[in-house]
Design a protein around this ligand. Structure first.
Ligand code: ADP
Ligand code: ZN
Length: 618
């Protein structure tokens, strides 16, 4: 054996992962940190990947699955997610399949036969299927390239998507010690991260933590004035005509009413909540995925399985319970990286309802305190006078150096006012009336209204009666909401909305602390500004470009229908937009379009070139 060092062979070929990225997926270069993650798994090591929605998590395990011998097992919590992913992989010419309850026994057997024959590069399944002894025994018999645990935050009891089945996934480390594992999530907080590492036994894994900034999302938060529904309608009509979007409400009834009302206004909206028949829920979800331009009005039950890349807006008609929930829900907008809006309207009643729900919950004290702290943080985000994006990232311990320049507070900096004196009046009014009345009553006392109840209780003779006439009833209501939001006032749990003072209000009452609060701007001003998301089609001013765009979309829909997959599984909007811009006339030129790998080129190249030629001839 020679002891001379051997020079590594000089190769002009791209590294193997890059070749697959180009050939199979049709993309030119990796996004950070895809290359490092792929290298880690290819070397047989474990990885933990935290990346925001739309960041490109899937390739982090799909490419190693193709690089390493054996089959990759992908654990995914939802059937619709698996189906979309597998459909997209099959479109790219990859040998992928799923095992779940939608398969007939014969189909499931065929998948297992392919597994044993070494014919599958990726096999998707739900955790409960994977953990069945029969499945594990089969996996013992075949070579495995890796385990990918998608939506890994489902192991965390702290989050809102907890799945008890995920806990048992820790056994993979012991049972398959030689097989590398990768856990992926878009949930950012450190506590969830710790739980994932602990519960999936990933202490030795390399962690890849990306920024959670979503620069293409514009955050717009405002307090409801008048009817939130009307504001929503105006927002959709002005900024999102014909766009796909999700509207979140807190209750099923509100979901039903809002969907019906939007339909009555001429929009296409479908309800989605846990109280609907499973078949109707599935049908609505399928339509949302398969069609363009539908709106789904939903409770938070809707969303985790939604991989639709071109959701152009997410609207909240209620306050989410936490910043995590807000980030996750708004994060469903703009996965394709194109501009999208996250719009929210919230009011006094939201704050009171959530406070009551939490105070009255059966959970133990620790849990309650945690819920409480999370709601505080959400309210803090609503009431902040800073850039929304900076405040949001702050919550995830990330620093955005400059204000984003396009959230509502950046665009329309809120005026603040010294609310100390008004707050003192409000607080002492609560005190003098015995800390048991709700907002409306207190406002009436402050304004000095003639009222039978006020007289009966003798509150027309207390010092705070009529001392608040410099503000309007609406301004007082806003102030009470803000004081509840900042924790100077507590809400009783009995459901009547009685307000009481908290410890924190003392320095304000004693004049030791001043209060600067947001002044509510008129809602009209906000929606009058343009924030229409420039989806590619909007940029097509040339009629010929527009015609080609429409022709390509029609072709995509035909191809998708023929194969019973959603249109975005065939091509993303970004691929179509690139074809319109570059008008490829040859296969070589077509190969340069992002998202067109070898398999799609072979299957659709002809039809695409014909469509482009026909549009040019017209
Ligand atoms: P996530 O699972 O993190 O939400 P996906 O894996 O679905 O994100 O990827 C989001 C989008 O980005 C997809 O359309 C995907 O094809 C695209 N994408 C991923 N990696 C790249 C890349 N290196 N270059 C270009 N596009 C990419
Ligand atoms: Zn901003």
């Amino acid at each position: 054996m020679s002891s001379r060092p051997v020079a590594a062979p000089v190769s002009r070929d791209p590294p193997p992962g890059l070749a697959i990225l180009r050939q199979v997926f049709g993309y030119d270069r990796f996004r950070p940190p895809q290359e490092e993650v792929i290298g880690t798994l290819a070397a047989g090591d474990d990885a933990l990947v935290l990346m925001p929605t739309g960041g490109g998590k899937s390739l982090c395990y799909q490419i190693p699955a193709l690089l390493r011998p054996g089959t990759a097992i992908v654990v995914s919590p939802l059937i619709s997610l698996m189906q979309d992913q597998v459909a997209a992989l099959v479109q790219a010419g990859v040998n992928a399949a799923f095992l779940n309850s939608t398969l007939a026994p014969a189909e499931a057997r065929e998948v297992l036969t392919r597994l044993h024959a070494g014919d599958l590069d990726l096999l998707y399944m739900a955790p409960e299927r994977l953990l069945q002894e029969a499945t594990l025994a089969r996996l013992d018999e075949v070579p495995l390239s890796l385990f990918a645990i998608d939506e890994a935050h489902c192991v965390s009891q702290w989050g809102h998507d907890f799945r008890p089945e995920y806990l048992a996934l820790s056994l993979l480390a012991e049972r398959f010690p030689g097989v590398p594992r990768i856990a992926l999530t878009a949930t950012a907080d450190t506590r969830t991260r710790r739980e994932i590492i602990e519960r999936l036994a990933l202490q030795g894994a390399r962690a890849f933590i990306s920024s959670f900034d979503r620069p293409n999302i514009r955050y717009l938060i405002h307090q409801a004035s008048g009817s939130p529904r009307n504001e929503l309608l105006r927002f959709i009509r002005e900024h999102h005509p014909g766009d796909a979007g999700i509207v979140y409400c807190l209750s099923r009834r509100r979901v039903e009413e809002t969907a019906a009302w939007l339909c009555a206004q001429g929009l296409e909206a479908l309800p989605y909540h846990a109280g609907l028949e499973a078949s109707e829920r599935e049908a609505n979800q399928r339509r949302f995925l398969a069609e363009e331009g539908l709106i789904v009005v939903a409770t938070i039950a809707f969303g985790m399985g939604i991989d639709k890349p071109n959701v152009r807006f997410v609207a909240h008609l209620n306050l989410p319970k936490s910043v995590e929930a807000y980030y996750q829900e708004t994060g469903r907008a703009g996965r394709d990286g194109l501009p999208a809006n996250a719009w929210m309207s919230y009011g006094l009643q939201d704050v009171i309802t959530l406070r009551q729900m939490m105070a009255g919950s059966e959970a133990d004290e620790t849990h309650k305190r945690a819920e409480h702290a999370r709601l505080e943080a959400m309210l803090g985000l609503c009431e902040t006078t800073r850039c929304r994006r900076q405040a949001l990232l702050d919550y995830f311990d990330e620093t955005l150096a400059q204000p984003c320049g396009h959230c509502d507070t950046c665009l329309w900096p809120p005026e603040t006012w010294d609310a100390t004196e008004a707050a003192q009046k409000a607080l002492s009014c609560i005190h003098r009336t015995g800390q048991r009345f709700g907002v409306n009553y207190l406002v009436d006392v402050l304004l000095g209204r003639e009222d039978e109840r006020i007289q009966r209780f003798g509150h027309d003779r207390i010092s705070t009666f009529g001392i608040g006439q410099s503000l309007s009833a609406e301004q007082w209501r806003t102030l009470f909401r803000q004081l509840i939001a900042v924790g100077l006032i507590g809400v009783d749990i009995d459901g009547h909305g009685g307000l009481h003072l908290t410890e924190a209000c003392r320095p304000v009452l004693r004049g030791e602390r001043t209060l600067q609060l947001r002044r509510a701007p008129p809602a009209r001003m906000r929606s009058a500004r343009r924030s229409r998301a420039p989806v590619p089609v909007d940029q097509l001013t040339d009629p010929a470009d527009r015609a080609l765009w429409e022709a390509l979309r029609a072709l995509r829909l035909t191809l998708a229908r023929a194969q019973e997959v959603p249109p975005y599984v065939v091509f993303h909007d970004a691929s179509l937009a690139a074809m319109v811009a570059e008008r490829p006339r040859t296969r070589e030129a077509l190969a340069g379009i992002p998202g067109l790998g070898a398999a799609k080129l072979a299957a659709y190249g002809e039809a695409l070139l014909e469509t482009i030629a026909a549009a040019d001839a017209a």
